[in-house]
Write a protein that binds this ligand. Sequence first.
Ligand code: HEM
Length: 195
Amino acid sequence: MSKFSFFLRRFHSLIAVVPLGLFIFVHFMLNSAIFLGSDAYVTMMGFMRGFPFVQVLELLLIAIPIIFHGIYGIYIVYLAKNNVLQYKYYRNFAFYLQRITAIILVAFIIWHVYTLRFADANLAVMLHSPLIFVLYVIGVLAAIYHFTNGLFTFCITWGICVGDRAQKIFAICATLLFIVMSLWAVAILLSLALA
Ligand code: HEM
């Protein structure tokens, strides 16, 4: 691996956690306003849209990092070699699921951003359709798996978790985070659909 591709790989990994991972949490927190009722949700969305320099912040902290991570990620998926067969069965499966969820995410993020940001559709109304509800659950769960499993591989990539025991503990934490965030996301989607 050349120095340049090593740098790109590390950059791809870093921006996936900061700012993208942090953004996912903020996004979930803001959408949790629906638990307080639809008025609170509309007020929160209005506040976000009126935030000073919101478009510049969205561009610098969300759009550009996602576009870079997404495009370089597709390139990584394209390069994926089958030498992962040497790994234990579960890690091998997780490696492929990381890539499958990456492909789902490309389609989901384009659809999500186009309908809600550019076509100004109303998510609560959209979610009344059972098909859209199911597609949303798939898209959001794919994003959560990609993020939580990614957090685990990130810790290995950056040498934060080395050794068998540490990796086992981190894998359990990533799975717990996946379960908690999935329940949280489905609760938000159900509350929106029933609002
Ligand atoms: C736009 C669609 C996306 C694509 C095509 C994509 C692609 C990928 C790929 C291929 C990997 C594996 C990299 C490797 O094994 O070296 C990866 C890792 C990762 N992705 Fe994504 N991704 C996308 C969106 C996201 C989003 C929105 C987030 C944040 C919530 C995210 C967070 C992560 C994390 C944390 C990792 C692990 C980095 C590491 O192992 O060091 N990805 N992504």
